[in-house]
Design a protein around this ligand. Structure first.
Ligand code: SF4
Length: 172
């Protein structure tokens, strides 16, 4: 089988930032477009929640390499929201949204972020302050270094393996 390669135009996208924050191996597999089992129930559940929750204000927007779940105006403020099925990986979700805010700022668009957990009826604001900006810059460098490695990091069992779409790929 031909070894999957990172293409010249490979771009770091939000889902990669989130995956890296959960597990670098997951990010590497995702970067090579290794496709997890399409029938993975957790992926289906995530899609279902995304399509149903907040339906009234839902307005997905593709902006360059960014796929934003929801975007709305609150007075003069642009709010970008990311919908997640659980707050279990809220740290990774915060970095994913921070990445969107960072990339938007580079495009000249100032925005604030909001994480939405509809099943838990919970929302969390995310502001791109200096610390978060530095964190995102560091993260992007680490992700670049990772995805140019010829082989993925070895799997390491962690609390996210159970519900990870690559579970069978790592542990079968
Ligand atoms: S199953 Fe575990 S080790 Fe494998 S990619 Fe998922 S989180 Fe990482």
């Amino acid at each position: 089988m031909e070894e999957p390669r990172v293409t010249e135009e490979a771009t770091i996208v939000g889902s990669l930032v989130q995956a890296y924050s959960i597990c670098p191996r997951q990010a590497w597999l995702m970067s090579r477009q290794v496709t997890p089992d399409e029938d993975n129930v957790y992926l289906q559940l995530g899609r279902l929640i995304q399509s149903q929750a907040y339906a009234r204000e839902r307005k997905e927007l593709h902006l360059g390499h960014l796929a934003l779940d929801l975007i709305r105006r609150e007075g003069k403020t642009l709010v970008v929201a990311e919908v997640k099925k659980s707050s279990r990986a809220s740290g990774a979700a915060r970095l994913q949204l921070g990445f969107y805010l960072y990339e938007l700022k580079r495009m000249g668009i100032e925005a604030e972020g909001e994480l939405l957990f509809p099943e838990e009826r919970y929302r969390e604001p995310v502001i791109l302050d200096e610390d978060l900006e530095k964190e995102i810059e560091g993260l992007k460098k680490k992700i670049w270094a990772l995805i140019y490695q010829p082989l993925p990091p070895q799997p390491e069992r962690g609390k996210f393996c159970g519900k990870c779409a690559y579970n069978e790929f790592c542990w079968a």
